[in-house]
Design a protein around this ligand. Sequence first.
Ligand SMILES: [Ca+2]
Length: 203
Amino acid sequence: MASLEHNCNFLEPLSNALVYCNMAFVISPSVDFSQAGSGGYLGLFNETNNGKPTNHILAVELDTATTPQYDDVEGDHVGIDVNSLKSNKSEPVAYYVDNDGMKRKEELDLRSGNPIQMWIDYNGAEKLFNVTLAPIEIPKPSRPLLSTSIDLSQILLDSMYVGFSAASGGIRTEHYILGWSFNKTGQAQNLDMLKSSFTSQEW
Ligand SMILES: [Ca+2]
Protein backbone atom coordinates (compact mmCIF):
# COMPACT_ATOMS: atom_id res chain seq x y z
CA MET A 1 0.00 0.00 0.00
CA ALA A 2 2.64 2.55 1.00
CA SER A 3 6.30 2.66 1.74
CA LEU A 4 8.26 5.60 3.06
CA GLU A 5 11.51 6.66 4.57
CA HIS A 6 11.52 8.93 7.53
CA ASN A 7 14.14 10.93 9.33
CA CYS A 8 13.44 13.12 12.33
CA ASN A 9 16.22 15.35 13.66
CA PHE A 10 16.18 17.14 16.98
CA LEU A 11 18.03 20.41 16.55
CA GLU A 12 18.22 21.30 20.21
CA PRO A 13 19.24 19.20 23.20
CA LEU A 14 16.43 17.26 24.81
CA SER A 15 15.24 18.52 28.16
CA ASN A 16 12.86 17.04 30.68
CA ALA A 17 9.98 19.05 29.26
CA LEU A 18 7.46 17.25 27.07
CA VAL A 19 8.79 17.61 23.55
CA TYR A 20 7.27 16.53 20.28
CA CYS A 21 8.73 15.42 17.00
CA ASN A 22 5.73 13.70 15.53
CA MET A 23 5.05 12.57 12.03
CA ALA A 24 2.27 10.65 10.39
CA PHE A 25 1.27 9.03 7.14
CA VAL A 26 -2.28 10.25 6.59
CA ILE A 27 -5.33 9.43 4.51
CA SER A 28 -7.85 12.24 4.80
CA PRO A 29 -10.92 13.52 2.95
CA SER A 30 -9.56 17.08 3.10
CA VAL A 31 -6.25 18.93 3.01
CA ASP A 32 -7.60 21.75 5.18
CA PHE A 33 -5.93 21.31 8.56
CA SER A 34 -6.02 25.00 9.45
CA GLN A 35 -7.90 24.20 12.67
CA ALA A 36 -5.58 21.38 13.71
CA GLY A 37 -3.23 21.69 16.66
CA SER A 38 0.53 21.30 16.82
CA GLY A 39 2.57 19.03 19.07
CA GLY A 40 0.52 16.11 20.28
CA TYR A 41 -2.32 16.90 17.88
CA LEU A 42 -0.06 15.86 15.01
CA GLY A 43 -1.26 18.74 12.86
CA LEU A 44 -4.35 16.60 12.18
CA PHE A 45 -6.78 16.96 15.07
CA ASN A 46 -7.79 19.43 17.71
CA GLU A 47 -9.45 19.28 21.10
CA THR A 48 -12.92 19.36 19.57
CA ASN A 49 -12.73 16.84 16.74
CA ASN A 50 -10.31 14.31 18.22
CA GLY A 51 -12.00 10.90 18.34
CA LYS A 52 -14.98 11.74 16.14
CA PRO A 53 -15.97 9.21 13.43
CA THR A 54 -16.86 12.16 11.17
CA ASN A 55 -13.10 12.85 10.74
CA HIS A 56 -12.68 9.92 8.32
CA ILE A 57 -8.94 10.13 8.96
CA LEU A 58 -6.57 7.21 9.06
CA ALA A 59 -3.03 7.92 10.26
CA VAL A 60 0.05 5.94 11.10
CA GLU A 61 1.87 8.04 13.67
CA LEU A 62 5.51 8.13 14.65
CA ASP A 63 5.25 9.75 18.05
CA THR A 64 8.09 10.76 20.37
CA ALA A 65 5.94 11.96 23.28
CA THR A 66 4.16 9.84 25.85
CA THR A 67 0.75 11.40 26.37
CA PRO A 68 -1.18 9.55 29.11
CA GLN A 69 -4.60 10.83 28.00
CA TYR A 70 -4.11 9.01 24.67
CA ASP A 71 -2.97 5.81 26.42
CA ASP A 72 0.41 6.15 24.71
CA VAL A 73 2.97 3.45 25.27
CA GLU A 74 6.13 4.70 26.98
CA GLY A 75 8.69 6.38 24.75
CA ASP A 76 8.94 6.62 20.97
CA HIS A 77 6.13 4.64 19.42
CA VAL A 78 4.32 3.91 16.18
CA GLY A 79 0.54 3.83 16.25
CA ILE A 80 -2.39 3.18 13.95
CA ASP A 81 -4.89 6.01 14.46
CA VAL A 82 -8.48 5.88 13.26
CA ASN A 83 -10.12 9.30 13.68
CA SER A 84 -8.33 9.72 16.99
CA LEU A 85 -5.01 10.33 18.69
CA LYS A 86 -5.83 7.36 20.89
CA SER A 87 -4.25 4.68 18.72
CA ASN A 88 -6.13 1.49 17.79
CA LYS A 89 -2.85 -0.27 18.23
CA SER A 90 0.65 0.94 19.06
CA GLU A 91 4.10 -0.40 19.88
CA PRO A 92 7.48 1.06 20.78
CA VAL A 93 9.37 1.80 17.56
CA ALA A 94 11.23 -1.39 16.64
CA TYR A 95 11.59 -4.09 14.02
CA TYR A 96 11.77 -7.86 14.03
CA VAL A 97 15.08 -9.40 13.02
CA ASP A 98 14.44 -11.93 10.27
CA ASN A 99 17.40 -14.21 10.82
CA ASP A 100 16.56 -14.95 14.42
CA GLY A 101 13.29 -16.83 14.07
CA MET A 102 11.55 -13.46 13.72
CA LYS A 103 11.22 -13.34 17.51
CA ARG A 104 13.88 -10.85 18.42
CA LYS A 105 13.03 -7.18 18.29
CA GLU A 106 15.56 -4.41 17.78
CA GLU A 107 14.69 -0.93 18.98
CA LEU A 108 14.70 2.02 16.59
CA ASP A 109 15.45 5.58 17.63
CA LEU A 110 13.39 8.34 16.00
CA ARG A 111 15.77 10.93 17.46
CA SER A 112 18.98 9.53 16.00
CA GLY A 113 18.70 11.17 12.58
CA ASN A 114 19.19 7.75 11.00
CA PRO A 115 16.78 7.07 8.11
CA ILE A 116 14.02 4.58 8.82
CA GLN A 117 11.79 2.87 6.27
CA MET A 118 8.17 2.10 7.08
CA TRP A 119 5.88 -0.17 5.07
CA ILE A 120 2.11 0.16 5.47
CA ASP A 121 0.14 -2.70 3.94
CA TYR A 122 -3.58 -3.31 3.83
CA ASN A 123 -5.24 -6.49 2.68
CA GLY A 124 -8.81 -5.56 1.80
CA ALA A 125 -10.05 -9.16 1.63
CA GLU A 126 -8.75 -10.02 5.09
CA LYS A 127 -9.18 -6.46 6.38
CA LEU A 128 -5.68 -6.74 7.79
CA PHE A 129 -3.59 -3.64 8.36
CA ASN A 130 0.16 -4.12 8.85
CA VAL A 131 2.93 -1.68 9.71
CA THR A 132 6.55 -2.75 9.38
CA LEU A 133 9.66 -0.72 10.08
CA ALA A 134 13.40 -1.17 9.64
CA PRO A 135 16.60 0.86 9.32
CA ILE A 136 17.01 1.91 5.69
CA GLU A 137 19.76 -0.61 4.97
CA ILE A 138 17.66 -3.58 6.18
CA PRO A 139 15.22 -5.30 3.76
CA LYS A 140 11.57 -5.43 4.76
CA PRO A 141 11.25 -7.79 7.75
CA SER A 142 8.78 -10.59 7.14
CA ARG A 143 7.07 -10.00 10.48
CA PRO A 144 5.27 -6.66 10.86
CA LEU A 145 5.58 -4.68 14.08
CA LEU A 146 1.87 -3.86 14.13
CA SER A 147 -0.88 -6.02 12.70
CA THR A 148 -4.53 -5.33 13.32
CA SER A 149 -7.94 -5.86 11.79
CA ILE A 150 -9.49 -2.69 10.36
CA ASP A 151 -12.29 -2.30 7.85
CA LEU A 152 -11.10 0.70 5.85
CA SER A 153 -14.35 0.75 3.87
CA GLN A 154 -16.02 1.98 7.08
CA ILE A 155 -13.52 4.83 7.48
CA LEU A 156 -12.52 6.06 4.02
CA LEU A 157 -14.81 8.01 1.70
CA ASP A 158 -14.91 7.77 -2.10
CA SER A 159 -12.45 10.63 -2.56
CA MET A 160 -9.45 10.84 -0.25
CA TYR A 161 -6.04 12.51 -0.09
CA VAL A 162 -2.87 10.63 0.81
CA GLY A 163 0.12 12.37 2.35
CA PHE A 164 1.99 13.24 5.49
CA SER A 165 1.73 15.47 8.50
CA ALA A 166 4.40 16.52 10.94
CA ALA A 167 4.21 18.49 14.15
CA SER A 168 6.59 19.75 16.77
CA GLY A 169 6.25 21.35 20.16
CA GLY A 170 8.58 22.38 22.97
CA ILE A 171 11.64 22.03 20.77
CA ARG A 172 12.80 22.88 17.27
CA THR A 173 12.80 19.83 15.04
CA GLU A 174 13.10 18.89 11.38
CA HIS A 175 11.23 16.09 9.67
CA TYR A 176 12.25 14.54 6.39
CA ILE A 177 10.40 12.34 3.94
CA LEU A 178 13.30 10.93 1.95
CA GLY A 179 11.12 9.09 -0.51
CA TRP A 180 7.78 7.34 -0.70
CA SER A 181 5.62 5.29 -2.99
CA PHE A 182 1.95 4.41 -2.88
CA ASN A 183 -0.30 2.02 -4.74
CA LYS A 184 -4.05 1.90 -4.16
CA THR A 185 -4.57 -1.49 -5.76
CA GLY A 186 -1.40 -3.50 -5.17
CA GLN A 187 2.13 -3.52 -3.89
CA ALA A 188 3.80 -0.11 -3.80
CA GLN A 189 6.97 0.34 -5.81
CA ASN A 190 10.01 -0.46 -3.70
CA LEU A 191 12.47 2.31 -2.97
CA ASP A 192 15.69 0.42 -3.56
CA MET A 193 16.82 2.86 -6.25
CA LEU A 194 16.54 5.70 -3.77
CA LYS A 195 18.03 3.68 -0.96
CA SER A 196 21.47 3.44 -2.58
CA SER A 197 21.75 7.22 -2.76
CA PHE A 198 20.65 7.68 0.86
CA THR A 199 23.10 5.17 2.26
CA SER A 200 26.00 6.80 0.44
CA GLN A 201 25.39 10.06 2.29
CA GLU A 202 26.43 11.06 5.77
CA TRP A 203 23.48 11.63 8.08
CA1 LIG B 1 0.73 8.46 20.34
